[in-house]
Design a protein around this ligand. Structure first.
Ligand code: NAD
Length: 474
């Protein structure tokens, strides 16, 4: 067993640190604006000062992770989230005035956004930095403490994160618990004040069950098969560029990557060719190309290759990038699949790799019916310049989020809530939405001058009976 795989003591450490944080959250003064901003600044400093080590660790975990993908989509995204929250935090923390009904005047009502307490964050391997640290930004902005459980599939990164967090935070503020499924199970069964889980739908179900006995509220950021619907009025080249780009970023190991495409029957072949051309242009070489990210493990790579072969055996046409890939490489070539049988793995499960099936449709209604036969996806993309058609697709389907005439852009913005619906998850975070997710909106009512309610009793007076009759209406 490698040193980084030794998780002995993780469960005991989890219990001890949870108790420490829990006690602090119940007995200490709630963090003020200055402390919250300081904690956020510590995240930004930690990321900035250790960016080379973070880049290297993630890249080693993947085999190769394009540096720009880590810089832009992870490190940059975390710094943006810190800056966005820090600048707005004073406003977010202000009490929110509420209206007061006639019977309650001249009292006043407002909401106080209060920290929930101790937040648990379980994160996956595919964007290991941002999916651990952006929820942490939101949790700390809301004044909580937090425990993180990063993925065991990125052991170098997770180990580094544990060390960096230890240098930047007291364990009573933030701590990292390392471990695989056993530790993760214990983590999900810990009585957190809120648990945010990012990962697969199958594990999301287990997390919700583990949280239920504690009545721990959960935010589940899950996966699914996110479709891209191309309409016949949209330029093939433009759609091809977007689809190829978004399917190749992180080699398709992105929760909001377009999973498969629905295209008018006559467009399928030219679209497939145009996508493949774009894939060749973007990545002339695969092995040895620092910009082309590898698949996270041999097991995941084998699953993708087996899925392609299964589709081929079922009669599908496989159009693959032609650059050579060595047998011992962890790369998978960008691939377009035509005629994939409905029941093959590529059409049943989230693909999570650089493989793009294109499914023909005859009428737009058929495309929407296809989507609605499956679980509600995390994202949906529609390519059309016709507003009515855009609206038609949105009105007839449901998904966590949508980008029109693009892909993945709904997910990376601090202003825009991010989350799934149905099997792709529940609850949203990012920016103000994340602050609210990890806060308790605590209503307060203050009696002023007179307490109108006490004028009704006790014992109950005529006025009370009159009011009841007047309100109900008889
Ligand atoms: P996964 O579900 O296998 O693992 C995610 C995390 O859960 C890991 O830290 C793992 O240790 C932990 N875990 C394992 N067993 C557990 C258990 N019994 N109880 C609690 N936690 C447990 O997911 P993955 O393979 O790391 O990530 C890929 C999946 O995540 C894809 O389905 C993808 O779509 C999804 N994803 C979703 C989002 C989103 O924001 N919606 C983002 C990225 C990835």
């Amino acid at each position: 067993m490698a040193e980084h795989d030794d998780y002995t003591g993780s469960v005991q450490r989890l219990a001890a640190i949870f108790q420490q944080q829990h006690r602090a959250s119940r007995h200490q003064v709630k963090p003020d604006l200055a402390l919250r901003r300081d904690r956020l600044a510590r995240i930004a400093r930690m990321v900035r000062e250790n960016q080379d080590d973070l880049l290297a660790a993630v890249s080693q975990d993947f085999g190769n992770r394009a540096a720009i993908e880590t810089q832009l989509l992870e490190l940059g995204a975390v710094i943006n989230a810190v800056n966005y929250a820090s600048r707005r935090l004073r406003k977010w923390m202000k009490p929110e005035k509420l209206g007061v009904g006639t019977n309650f005047r001249p009292g006043k009502a407002w909401l106080r956004y209060e920290p929930l307490g101790v937040i648990g964050i379980i994160s996956p391997w595919n964007y290991p930095i941002s999916l651990a640290l952006i929820p942490l930004v939101d949790a700390l902005a809301a004044g909580n403490t937090a425990l993180l459980k990063p993925s065991e599939l990125t052991p170098r990164f997770s180990g580094l994160l544990a060390r960096l967090i230890e240098q930047s935070f007291e364990t009573s503020e933030v701590a990292v618990i390392l471990g695989g499924p056993d530790v993760a199970e214990a983590f999900a069964a810990t009585p957190f004040d809120h648990l945010l889980f990012t990962g697969s739908t199958a594990i999301g179900r287990k997390v919700m069950m583990a949280a239920a006995p504690n009545l721990t509220p959960v935010t589940l950021e899950l996966g699914g098969k996110s479709p891209a619907v191309v309409c016949d009025d949209y330029a093939i080249e433009k759609a091809a560029r977007t689809l190829a780009f978004c399917k190749c970023i992180n080699s398709g190991q992105t929760c909001v990557a377009p999973d498969y495409v629905l295209a008018p029957r006559a467009m399928v072949e030219p679209l497939a060719k145009a996508i493949l051309t774009q894939m060749h242009k973007g990545y002339p070489q695969l092995d040895g190309n620092a910009d082309y990210t590898s698949i996270i493990s041999d097991r995941h790579r084998a699953r993708l290759l087996a899925a392609i072969e299964e589709a081929r055996a079922g009669g599908a046409t496989i159009l693959s990038h032609e650059a050579p890939i060595a047998a011992d490489s962890r790369n998978v070539a960008p691939t377009v699949v035509l005629g994939a049988p409905d029941d093959c793995l590529l059409m049943r499960e989230e693909i999570f790799g650089p493989i793009l099936p294109i499914i023909p449709y005859d009428r737009l209604e058929d495309a929407m019916a296809h989507i609605n036969r499956g679980e509600r996806p995390l994202a949906l993309y529609v390519f059309s310049n016709d507003r009515q058609r855009q609206e038609q697709v949105l009105a007839a389907t449901m998904s966590g989020g949508v980008t029109i005439n693009g892909a993945m852009l709904q997910a990376g913005q601090d202003e825009v809530p991010f989350g799934g619906v149905g099997a792709s998850g529940m609850g949203t975070y990012h920016g103000h939405h994340g602050f609210k997710r990890f806060s308790h909106a605590r209503p307060v009512f203050k009696v002023r001058l007179i307490n109108g309610f006490e004028m009704l009793g006790m014992p109950w007076k005529k006025l009370a009976y009159w009011m009841a009759r007047k309100t109900i209406g008889r």
